[in-house]
Design a protein around this ligand. Sequence first.
Ligand SMILES: Cc1cc2nc3c(=O)[nH]c(=O)nc-3n(C[C@H](O)[C@H](O)[C@H](O)COP(=O)(O)OP(=O)(O)OC[C@H]3O[C@@H](n4cnc5c(N)ncnc54)[C@H](O)[C@@H]3O)c2cc1C
Length: 407
Amino acid sequence: MSTIVVIGGGAAGFFAAIASAEANPEHKVILLEKGKEVLGKVLISGGGRCNVTHACFDPQELATYYPRGSKELLGPLHKFQPGDTMEWFADRGVELKIEGDNRVFPITDSSSTIADCLIEMAESANVDIKKSSGVKSFSQTEEGGWKVSTTSGDTLIADKLMVATGSSKGVWEQLKKAGHRIIPPVPSLFTFNIKDERIKGLSGISLPNATIQIASSDLEASGPLLITHWGMSGPAVLRLSAWGAYELNDRFYRFPILVNWIGRDEDVVVSDFMQEKKFSGKKRIGNHAQYEVPLRLWKSMVAAAGISNTSTWGDLNLKQIKALASELCSAVFQVSGKSTFKEEFVTAGGVDLKEVNFKTFSSKVTPNLYFAGEVLNIDGITGGFNFQAAWTGGFLAGNAMAGYPLD
Ligand SMILES: Cc1cc2nc3c(=O)[nH]c(=O)nc-3n(C[C@H](O)[C@H](O)[C@H](O)COP(=O)(O)OP(=O)(O)OC[C@H]3O[C@@H](n4cnc5c(N)ncnc54)[C@H](O)[C@@H]3O)c2cc1C
């Protein structure tokens, strides 16, 4: 019988502990959580609904949703992907549903359904869950196992140690002592703060097919864009914040963006407007929003282009038409900071992926050490990808620690 110690009672830690204990009930599995309660992030996730995973069942495509870790996750996702996650929960009595945008939630729309299931499964597999047991330090024993000291004064000896502590600076420091390189952490999945008259008072307006580009950079993202009280949010912004996590950090979150509200070619828009001038010359511009742009935003664009809302299409000259097309397709806004997206945020950075064997999620640097979840330099865009990385890593590491690595 071996002793397996898992540090961190989050999604990755629970999945690993359950997988280990279910794969080989002979082992003793101990899960150490520093907080008074476990699964804190699961409970607040997805706005309290827990976006468990994403209904994308092709590992090749799935991997592309991870700005960091896409190459490394490809193999593991062939072994445990969203279809397996959904089956895992269904087999344990949790019904899940796929929403229109392919995000997967429990049918109850309550994250406690997921947390309760994980706790119940851990308990029935005899995982020893120790709350209020923060790990202070861990070091390798002469036999190749691990000595783990907790803040509550306990010392445990583990044959195998799994670190699933999310974005814990203290634990990353410990891992540096164990010989690992830690990629400096920076936030990912944030919204943009923008103060600009053109969007003032328009919060709540969303455009389904926008494209945003960071000026003087290759960074670009498309998708729904939402105007908020503070600036801009929505999938297009969140994607950009994930792919640009390091670059935007380097710019202290101050940079210009080019917004194409409708994701269309500006030249085509100019020629469409010329047609309006030709065939609908008497129509008042301010009353006739184009391309299904919400009227209040359209009026703001018309004003920003220096055109009176009472003008007709026939009144416009080419310069004014081009100015309006530019407000629609390449409006420049200055971002002056970031805000937290309440439904999901994550930290980029963590254990250097070059130092991890992704067949088992074990350390290449030191024996009998395993990782899963956000402690690694892996993160996904919003939509259930971050939990999927935690489930996949936890499942593979858990089985490997139990002595049954997945082929
Ligand atoms: C508000 C919010 C909403 C989110 N919503 C979603 C969503 O809907 N879908 C999605 O895919 N992702 C979501 N995410 C991201 C997702 O929550 C994380 O990617 C995921 O929780 C990572 O799991 P983890 O187990 O690696 O880390 P964590 O969930 O952070 O768990 C780590 C655990 O380790 C414990 N710990 C830390 N240090 C120690 C120590 N020294 N000793 C003992 N224990 C320790 C912590 O207390 C914690 O319980 C959300 C994130 C946030 C913040």
